[in-house]
Structure formats: structure tokens, C-alpha cells
Design a protein around this ligand. Structure first.
Ligand SMILES: Cc1cc2nc3c(=O)[nH]c(=O)nc-3n(C[C@H](O)[C@H](O)[C@H](O)COP(=O)(O)OP(=O)(O)OC[C@H]3O[C@@H](n4cnc5c(N)ncnc54)[C@H](O)[C@@H]3O)c2cc1C
Length: 518
């Protein structure tokens, strides 16, 4: 790529080619009069046929070759733990497990109740339909059949032996079968909806960018790290400062869209002078606007896994898909429908447990909140991520219920007969509620679904960073559009909701340019 692109003036510059940013680039560039530049810190692989295997291979997550190397603090007593995030075109959608779940309607209606009426279930359902090509249920009114992201579910004969046993055990435990986990009223156990075709991970780089690349008004440039935005004294963002091949340059645009994800978006805003005033001053960053909400309100899904070795270790082979099935249900006495997930994970990545699989209990609606902050203004410094999982008793007791339900699976046929030994929790240490609660408060980890760190809300809401159209309250010319604007985590893995956000804001930029200064 010749370097003259640095000198250009664009209509729209998007930072971060992930689940949201790639979709915005594709949708915004449908308007041929808009010149659109998509910048990505990681590499870009324009040809699917030349894409490295770790990105193609949906059977396992890619956590090394295209990763940011972040770590996080899960609980007060927990150990700092790796926190994978994709660093490549496609972003985390290019490295993830390809679970394609929507939140429940109440999640989005709650966003609307918080002052974001554009995001009610009624309004977001057409976006979820538009993004997908559901090969199993595309004919249903609550599904789509022609979108860029292909979704299907493993039929029974394609499930590995452990996943077949999991579904059978779920039946034995009294859970109903659920053929379509994306039915808005669905719950129970069944195959996961997944955005993959055999092994091929259908990331946003595959679904959205590949067909859009031919457009002359869209440029996609990888290996370009965003340092910060520059604004003028009237509070308008005029340039983005980026680093490429060791060179620092500034690029001008009418509109900037920040889609760096819930972990990287706050540090970029802090470095641009947008964040809590005291913290910015301590770092020697010139304050543009005192915005408490940047980096606060980190939401996620706490998870803890039962681990068991298998009599036949080949059943826990990494040549089998990591996940194929799911149980979605409600904790006893909970007012939050489908606030628990139980998932069998074909093999555990713990080095001390070869030939083992895990059964994860995941809390899908959590009251705990964490933070993403920086300790240095260096644009390459790692952020400090703190989660505080299950410190809130309302979360701990529901996790306890989920973890005990996960334990019941290993004792239920036909799964029980496949198991050699329970490795975690250690049976010799007692499985009474108090012991399990201690484990939960200490060892819960991330479901890898961070969001909420630059949340949307009305201007009078002190914690809101952007309005419901993604426009930064404190500055003009800057939009945030990624998982960080979610006010709360939906009761589902967050990829489809991040893509849906890209669909919505991309459409608005294309159809309502005046609202975005274009
Ligand atoms: C290992 C793993 C497994 C997961 N499994 C699932 C799953 O099965 N199903 C599911 O629904 N969700 C899953 N998730 C979560 C889901 O993928 C994310 O919620 C979603 O991708 C977030 O989208 P985003 O656009 O907010 O951020 P991302 O997709 O992470 O995109 C952010 C992009 O910005 C780029 N960027 C960041 N900083 C800069 C910078 N300074 N300069 C330039 N570019 C920058 C990044 O490299 C990245 O490409 C998983 C995540 C991981 C990491």
C-alpha cells in the first residue's frame, strides 16, 4: 500500500476493524459519495484463501498469533489472567468461538428504558435479522435468511460423543429441548447457533469486508495503531494520530468512528483527553473533557468450570469443535429470565488436565462492575483491567446455583459413564455451599464478553459517554460504536450484539449523514 493515503481527507475514518467496525465500514461505504477509511492495528488478510489457519479454524480460539496480550484481575484474590482480544481485521470475531446468540428481548428493552429508545427489542430485531443468514430457521419472522453472517446448528449426527451425552443428560435432569436458542422465548438445552461453515469461522472480515473490498470509496489499512484523536478549541475532533511502520502521522476526516472494542476504546479516549479529570492530570494528559464514564461500568459474564477427566482421552481432542451445545435457563427465584448458561467445553486448556473436558457455569446477568484504566500515557502501554466478579452477593448466589447445576451433569448418565475422575472442584475439599461460594468468589473468570466501558445514555446521565446514536456527548465529530457503548451486558455472548450495533450505526451514518456532520 503506497503511503499517499496518509495525506487524504476522508468523510469517515473508522478505528478498529472488529465485530462492529468492519460492519460500519461496509454499511457506510454503501453510499458511494462517502470516502471511508478503515484502520486496524493488526494485520489485514484480503484473501480468505491466504488467511492464516488460526483465524479460519473455528474449532478453537486463536489466543496467541493475533492477540493483544492483555491480562486482567478477575477477583480480589484471583490471579492476573490472560484476557484474549483479536488483533486483526475481523477483530475478536476473527478469533472467537463462533457462538451466535442474541440477548433476550428484555435486555434491549432495558437499554431503551435507560433512555436509549432506539435500541428497544422491537427496533433491534430487524437488525439481528438483517445481519444473519440462518440456515435452519431463516423462514421464521424473527430470523433472517439473506445476511452476511451465515449461522447454523450442528445436527445430532455431527455432535461429538460428549456433546450428545450432554444433551441426553440435560433431558435426564429435566430441562426441555430447545432447537433454536435464538427464538426470543427459547430456553432449555440444544445445539448452539454458530457462525461457521464446517471449520470456517465466518468473521466480520469474511462476511462483511470481503464483499465490500471492491468498492473504490473504501480503503482498508492494517498494521496501523491509533494513538489518539486531536480536537480543536471548539470541541471538534479534526484528526486521528496513528502510527504505521514506526512513523506517526495525522489523518483528517469529517467524522471519526472509534470501534476499538471495550478494552481498547477507553485508553484511546483517555489519551485524547476524554476521561476522569484527576486521572488524566495524574498521567500528564491535557484534559479536553472531564468524563467519568470512560473506562467505568465494565460488564462481563463471570464463569467457573467443573473439570473432569475422560476415560477415553481422545474424546477431549482439540481436533473436535470446542463447543457445540448449550443450556440456557433461569436461576431459582431470579427475576432475570435466562440469566444462566451451562456449556460443555470439549477440552480444557489447563496444562495440568490433559484428556479432560469442562462444564462451565456462566452468569449472564451480573450486577458486578469493573474498570479499564491506563497507568501511562504511552500509546502502547497495556491497560489495567479489574473485574470484581461475584463480589456482589446477588451474583454469587446465582453462580452458586449454576455451578451446582453444572456439577449435577457429571453425575448424570450418559455423561457420568464417560468420566474417569472429577478434577475440579476437588471432591476431598467438600462441596457444601460455603466451600463452593469461596471458590466462586476467588476463582470466577471472564466469559470474554467485556462491554459497557463507554456506555450510551442521555446527556443528563453522568455516567454516559455517548448518546444513543453513538455520538460522544463532550465532543463533535466523534462516534463510539462497539461493545463499549452497551449500557449493560446482554444475556448472551456478545458478538452478534456487537455486529448489530455496527449494523445500526452504519445504517444511520449512511442514511442520516446530517446527524453525523456529513
Ligand atoms: C477468545 C474469544 C472468544 C469469544 N467467543 C465468542 C463467541 O463464541 N460468541 C460471541 O458472541 N462472542 C464471543 N467473544 C466476544 C466477541 O467476539 C466480542 O464481544 C466482539 O467481537 C466485540 O466486538 P467489538 O467490535 O467491540 O471489538 P473487537 O471485535 O475486539 O474489535 C476491536 C478492533 O479494534 C482494533 N483496535 C484496538 N485498538 C486499536 C488501536 N489502538 N488502533 C487500531 N486498531 C485498534 C482491534 O485490533 C480489533 O480488531 C469472544 C471473544 C474472544 C476474545
Amino acid at each position: 500500500m503506497p503511503d499517499e493515503w496518509f495525506a487524504d481527507q476522508y468523510d469517515v475514518v473508522i478505528i478498529g476493524a472488529g465485530s462492529s467496525g468492519s460492519v460500519i465500514a461496509a454499511r457506510a461505504s454503501e453510499q458511494p459519495n462517502h470516502s471511508v477509511l478503515l484502520l486496524e492495528a493488526g494485520p489485514d488478510y484480503p484473501l480468505i484463501g491466504e488467511t492464516p489457519f488460526d483465524l479460519v479454524n473455528s474449532y478453537r480460539n486463536s489466543t496467541a498469533d493475533h492477540d493483544w496480550g492483555h491480562a486482567y484481575q478477575p477477583t480480589a484474590e484471583g490471579r492476573p489472567t490472560a484476557f484474549p482480544r483479536g488483533r486483526v481485521t475481523g477483530g475478536s470475531s476473527a478469533v472467537n468461538t463462533t457462538i451466535a446468540l442474541r440477548g433476550v428481548p428484555e435486555d434491549y428493552d432495558h437499554w431503551a428504558e435507560l433512555g436509549n429508545e432506539q435500541w428497544s427489542w422491537e427496533r433491534v430485531l430487524p437488525l439481528f435479522n438483517r445481519l444473519e443468514r440462518d440456515l435452519d430457521f431463516g423462514h421464521e419472522p424473527y430470523h433472517g435468511d439473506a445476511g452476511p453472517i451465515t449461522i447454523r446448528r450442528y445436527p445430532h449426527e455431527e455432535l461429538s460423543e460428549t456433546h450428545q451425552a450432554f444433551l441426553e443428560a440435560a433431558r435426564g435432569l429435566g430441562y426441555p429441548d430447545c432447537a433454536d436458542q435464538n427464538d426470543p422465548q427459547g430456553w432449555g438445552s440444544g445445539p448452539q447457533p454458530m457462525n461457521k461453515l464446517q471449520r470456517l469461522r465466518v468473521s466480520t472480515a469474511v462476511g462483511y469486508l470481503a464483499p465490500a473490498r471492491i468498492r473504490p470509496n473504501l480503503k482498508i489499512v492494517g498494521d496501523t495503531h491509533c494513538r489518539r484523536f486531536i480536537s480543536d478549541d471548539r470541541g471538534r475532533v479534526t484528526h486521528v494520530e496513528v502510527e504505521r511502520n514506526g512513523e506517526v502521522r495525522r489523518i483528517a476526516s469529517k467524522l471519526f468512528v472509534l470501534s476499538a472494542g471495550a478494552i481498547q476504546t477507553p485508553p484511546i479516549l483517555w489519551r485524547s483527553g476524554l476521561g476522569p479529570q484527576r486521572a488524566l492530570e495524574d498521567l500528564g494528559i491535557e484534559v479536553v473533557a472531564d468524563v467519568e464514564g470512560v473506562g467505568a461500568n465494565l460488564c462481563d459474564h463471570p464463569a467457573l468450570s467443573v473439570i473432569a477427566t475422560l476415560k477415553d482421552p481422545s474424546l477431549a481432542s482439540s481436533e473436535l469443535p470446542l463447543i457445540q451445545t448449550i443450556l440456557r435457563y433461569t436461576a431459582p427465584g431470579s427475576e432475570h429470565r435466562n440469566d444462566l448458561q451451562i456449556e460443555l467445553i470439549t477440552w480444557t486448556q489447563r496444562a495440568d488436565s490433559p484428556g479432560a473436558f469442562s462444564i462451565a457455569a456462566v452468569l449472564e446477568q451480573s450486577h458486578g462492575r469493573g474498570t479499564v484504566r491506563i497507568d501511562s500515557a504511552d500509546p502502547h502501554a497495556q491497560p489495567r483491567i479489574e473485574q470484581h466478579f461475584c463480589e456482589d452477593d446477588r451474583d454469587a448466589v446465582r453462580m452458586l446455583a449454576g455451578f451446582k447445576d453444572a456439577l449435577a451433569f457429571v453425575e448424570t448418565e450418559p455423561l457420568a459413564s464417560l468420566i474417569d475422575e472429577l478434577r475440579f472442584p476437588d471432591p476431598s475439599r467438600g462441596a457444601d455451599d460455603e466451600s463452593l461460594l469461596n471458590l466462586i468468589r476467588r476463582l470466577s473468570g471472564s466469559g470474554y464478553h467485556p462491554c459497557g466501558t463507554a456506555r450510551m445514555g442521555p446527556a443528563e446521565d453522568a455516567g454516559a459517554v455517548v448518546d444513543q446514536f453513538g455520538r460522544v456527548h463532550a465532543l463533535s465529530g466523534l462516534v463510539v460504536a462497539d461493545a463499549s457503548i452497551m449500557p449493560e451486558v446482554p444475556r448472551a455472548n456478545t458478538n452478534l450484539t456487537s455486529i448489530m450495533i455496527g449494523e445500526q450505526i452504519g445504517e444511520w451514518i449512511r442514511t442520516r449523514p446530517g446527524d453525523y456532520g456529513l
